[in-house]
Design a protein. Sequence first.
Length: 276
Amino acid sequence: MLNVEHLTLAVVDPDTGEETEILRGNSFSLRQGEALGLVGESGSGKSMTLKCLLGIEPGGARVGGSIELDGTDLLAARGEQLRRIRANDLALIAQNPHGALNPVLRVERFLVEGMADARGIPKAAAKARAADLLRQVGITDTERVLGSYPHQLSGGMLQRVVIAGAMSGEPKLLLADEPTTALDVTTQAEVVAILDEKRRQHGLSMIFVTHDLDLAAAVCDRLAVMKDGAILEIGTPDDIRDRPKTEYTRALMAARPLLHPAGRAPVPANGTEAHE
């Protein structure tokens, strides 16, 4: 369904002309209904990979390689074709739900205008579908939420709204960019459960970006470990946990905090000992 070959991304400093490579020839594929987790430290290129898929890489950046979604070349898509792909085939769930909505517009306008303008659904039908989508993500008081401004909702409630908006176009590929980072642990579990349920119900493919190896292992069929813009290895959660191929992956596994009292202290991925 998705095939990425030798993806590179480089940006140029406008003052010095110096080029910096952000992504370093990464290749991966995704079957329909499969979930792939991109894991690694901040700055490893996880979110930038998603930006390349959406065509929203930094201005002046040079992108190389190929990205095909169901046979469509995403890197070659422009104008109306690219807008149509973004509206119907791809959906992004960002890590900060407050940044996904206009703070001066009500939730109803966010959901209804997205369906009416981008997909041509009549506004009355779009509002009914918006309420149904909210119910599907566990929101029962739909009228209150539709009439609310973003600042009137909790982070967890707002992330559910963003998921509802992402599902409104019935996308082929869901791009989840650390969607639980700003949420408490209980709400994180609820949001991840909703994402996993929607993916399985609709046969969606998903790329799930996170720092949390255990969270990625719980919801993804395969994991891709990234460092300094390169994918070091790809494998099943069991492969990554029990049979890591690189020292960096082993370091990431050692850096995980364990919940049981007898667990060892986490070790930072640079190999130095952790301090309490």
